[in-house]
Design a protein around this ligand. Structure first.
Ligand code: OAD
Length: 242
């Protein structure tokens, strides 16, 4: 009953919006089978994400960090986008101005066909050189620590680590300042600067809808929190032109 009420309220905010922005996190891919970071199955061998997703960890023990990312890649390779990704892609077709800012590195928003995706935390399935600009697609059959074919330095996964500048942050904040609605989906809202994108938009007068299975650090700025799984809630919430 409460959820129906929240959903109806959220739907009316979506209908009233002409400049939407979506901010997504690991919860959007949870139903694809990709573990979240802070959920029960998110810990890898008892390491917190901050311990492995750091250049210092890589310099200290590149083999361990590669092992962690190869485990994540294996999981992602066995998964496909779910109804939440598809609902957001359809929303992007219904509202071509939609900007989708994601903290996810699995590439599922692009795979589902969302236009205008800003992948703040980079891409899991590419390798980048630690020292030069070299980039390549992953080689799923490789083991050990790969080396850059241009300069010989170690290759690392193409994700953004803690303490590193996120990708296209200027575009993301520009979209936040312009948006009249922010849809915050499946993120704990504890990692910056991603969380600030929603806060900035809210301060500039955008309505905030949150979709999450539980309240998060961003619930306090939400006009409405729809509690539920993204793959169930988003198809019910968002317009689909198909
Ligand atoms: P978290 O693991 O911190 O949070 C996932 C959120 O999704 C939680 O709030 C869950 O309640 C929610 N959730 C779980 N299942 C859901 C479902 N089916 N539907 C809707 N919501 C669901 O993941 P993020 O917020 O994405 O960064 O984490 C942010 C960043 O921290 C990540 O991008 C990563 C991590 O360390 C880096 O690696 C740099």
């Amino acid at each position: 009953m409460d959820r129906d009420h929240d959903l109806a309220r959220a739907r009316s905010l979506v209908a009233a919006s002409s400049r939407p922005l979506a901010l997504t996190g690991a919860g959007v891919s949870a139903e694809s089978g990709v573990p979240t970071f802070r959920g029960a199955d998110g810990l890898w061998r008892n390491h917190r994400p901050e311990e492995l997703a750091h250049v210092d960890a890589f310099r200290r023990d590149p083999a361990l960090v590669w092992e962690f990312y190869r485990w994540r890649r294996d999981r992602v390779r066995r998964c496909v986008p779910n109804a939440a990704h598809h609902a957001l892609a359809a929303y992007g077709r219904a509202r071509p101005g939609l900007v989708l800012v994601t903290q996810n590195v699995d590439g599922f928003h692009r795979a589902a066909g969302s236009p205008n995706v800003i992948e703040l935390h980079g891409r899991l399935m590419i390798d980048r050189c630690l020292d030069c600009d070299f980039e390549r697609d992953e080689d799923p059959h490789e083991s050990g620590i790969p080396r850059c074919s241009a300069c010989g330095a170690f290759l690392r996964p193409g994700v953004v680590w803690f303490g590193e500048p996120v990708t296209r942050i200027g575009d993301a904040f520009h979209a936040a300042a312009w948006a009249d609605l922010v849809l915050v989906v499946g993120t704990s809202g504890v990692v910056e600067p991603a969380a600030s994108i929603a806060r900035v938009a809210s301060r500039r007068g955008a309505a905030v809808i949150e979709v999450n299975v539980e309240p998060s650090a961003l619930s306090s700025i939400a006009d409405v929190t729809v509690l539920g799984r993204a793959a169930e809630v988003l198809p019910a919430l968002l317009p689909n032109p198909a």
